[in-house]
Design a protein around this ligand. Structure first.
Ligand SMILES: Nc1nc2c(ncn2[C@@H]2O[C@H](COP(=O)(O)OP(=O)(O)OP(=O)(O)O)[C@@H](O)[C@H]2O)c(=O)[nH]1
Length: 528
């Protein structure tokens, strides 16, 4: 059996909820490849992830340690860095902070030797995380700044986004809200460009926005943003973000005389995480619960929760090698940097030789830019005309147009109009499934292409999208004003030409406008 075969089967078994079979398949793969360090390490890494997903952190760590041992004398140092990074993260999850620090340091030193900027940065972020455990945000920021020195050399766009997100969180902890807000704007662009996890990243961004709003006393705005975060996080079902949302909601409720709701929610979240090792979150939840009891005048309970939070914080503090972290660590990273630069120059020289190839890449990037609308980052009309029109098979076309958009520009400003268009683009993008497409056709008109072709389901989807726009909290952007869209839709059969389907959808849109706007109309074929 080939690697992919076994791993595909294991992941298929996981999807089907059959963990035992997934584990057996990985184990079989490891046994079959004991003499191949890279292959068996890969098997061990995947097996470790499966155990970690089931809450078996110690087993997960043992497996990664075994993978590290296999690789340490092998030629595959690149794979070793990947294993060490996961291992350090697992040590940190298991509150073995000293092991985590040493593993990240070993990994960063090796990464510098190899000129692997990404893993060097992972090391910096890892150490910064440990500093944040002891609330030394100022020093953590120095590590993020160091990472920023090498920002342009980072290969992975997700890692670039992660540095920014870590820094945003750190700036908020330092109450540097304006800096955090500026960085959030960059993160938003980066997040939307991530095909697979855009909504998960957006959920995290909404939480940070909400924290800033709460700090500024805009509690309704903060709660509204948390609702957005909840919607954005639904697809990936990320437990950590839903816990974070509950924590933040609890803090907000305490501030608007809804302390009873806060207490209920925070206690429920504490129960939900009872079996998990999440001391930092637990400490924050107790702290928030203490505020809620305080707001309710239940001072004894408030004190008891404060004590719980304090005890966890002290326990954590005792496990972080505080004296080793900070300046000492930072000096070590600085010492390794020249090696990294030397390797970088060597790699850049090698890259020059491949210039013909990279020029090709530049061309394809430019081609990509040609198909993206700069305001909304959605596909543009050119993409629809050139790329999409060649698509085979049936699909549904929805043409959506903002109602009375001209008056938004007139009443507020063209800049506000632009923000409304960006927000609309975001809502539309959030409302469709992967495999569907959203494009900006021009002005305030959008086109949505759905793989779904059952008429009743298409109509329901269109109406859900229309409703989401109508229910959206537009007050933050346009006080006293709502926004709605009208939609026309048509379904393309295998044989029909794209143009005639578009025409039907367009006529249906006209009908929606004519009949009063904020509605959807299905453009039936004459023979239907
Ligand atoms: N801010 C902003 N406005 C734009 C952009 N593109 C087009 N517009 C404006 O969108 C408005 C569209 O107005 P109309 O075509 O009259 O339609 P409407 O006001 O939405 O009215 P109905 O469609 O009939 O509901 C015009 O005022 C354009 O200037 C853009 O990129 N940014």
């Amino acid at each position: 059996m080939t690697v992919m075969n076994v791993l595909n089967q294991a992941s298929q078994a996981l999807v089907e909820g059959d963990k035992a079979r997934a584990i057996a398949l990985c184990q079989q793969y490891i046994d079959e490849n004991t003499n191949d360090a890279k292959k068996s390490s890969l098997g061990l890494r995947i097996l470790s992830d499966i155990y970690f997903g089931s809450g078996k952190i110690e087993t997960a760590i043992h497996l990664l340690e075994a993978a590290q041992a296999k690789l340490i004398h092998s030629a595959d140092q690149g794979e070793l860095l990947v294993v060490q990074n996961s291992l350090a993260q697992r040590y940190a999850d298991d509150i073995r902070f000293e092991d985590a620090m040493n593993t990240w340091l070993a990994m960063a030193a090796e990464a510098a030797n190899m000129g692997d900027i990404d893993h060097f940065i992972e090391g910096l972020i890892g150490i910064a995380q440990l500093l944040e455990v002891v609330s030394d945000h100022q020093r953590a920021l120095q590590f993020y700044n160091k990472a920023r020195d090498h920002y342009e050399g980072i290969q992975s766009s997700q890692l670039k986004l992660r540095i920014n997100l870590c820094e945003v969180s750190c700036l908020i902890a330092l109450t540097l809200y304006e800096d955090a807000r500026q960085l959030l704007a960059d993160c938003e662009t980066q997040a939307l460009l991530d095909g697979e996890f855009a909504d998960a990243y957006m959920a995290e961004l909404f939480v940070y926005h909400s924290q800033i709003c709460r700090a500024m006393g805009q509690i309704d705005g903060a709660i509204n943003l948390l609702e957005k975060a909840r919607v954005s996080s639904e697809r990936h079902k990320l437990k950590w973000i839903s816990n974070k949302i509950s924590l933040e909601l609890g803090l907000c409720y305490s501030l608007i005389a809804r302390a009873d709701d806060a207490i209920l929610l925070l206690k429920q979240t504490l129960t939900d995480i009872a079996d998990l090792s999440l001391p930092m979150l637990r400490s924050e939840l107790y702290e928030a619960l203490s505020h809620a009891y305080d707001a309710n005048g239940e001072y004894l309970q408030a004190l008891a929760c404060e004590e719980q939070a304090h005890a966890i914080a002290i326990e954590l503090l005792s496990k972080v090698p505080v004296s080793e972290l900070g300046l000492h660590c930072l000096r070590r990273f600085k010492r390794w940097e020249p090696k990294l630069d030397f390797e970088k120059t060597r790699l850049e020289n090698a890259a020059l030789k491949n210039q013909a190839l990279s020029q090709q890449e530049v061309v394809s990037k430019l081609e990509k830019d040609v198909y993206i609308d700069p305001l909304t980052r959605l596909y543009n009309r050119r993409w629809l005309d050139v790329t999409f029109s060649t698509r085979k098979g049936p699909y549904a076309i929805l043409v959506a147009d903002a109602d009375h958009f001209k008056s938004v520009n007139d009443e507020f400003s063209h800049q506000v109009g632009d923000v409304v268009l960006q927000e609309l683009a975001f809502i539309l993008q959030q409302s469709v499934r992967s495999g569907d497409f959203v494009a900006r056709y021009g002005g305030e008109e959008f086109v949505i292409l759905l793989v779904e072709t059952q008429a009743d389901k298409v109509v329901r989807t269109a109406d859900r999208i229309r409703n989401q726009v109508e229910q959206h909290h537009w007050q933050d952007i346009m006080p006293g004003r709502q926004m709605t869209i009208s939609i026309g839709m048509a379904i393309k059969t295998e044989q029909e030409a794209v143009d005639s389907v578009f025409e039907r959808a367009d006529k249906a849109l006209y009908q929606s406008k004519h009949n009063g706007r904020n509605r959807v109309t299905f453009g039936k074929k004459k023979e239907d």
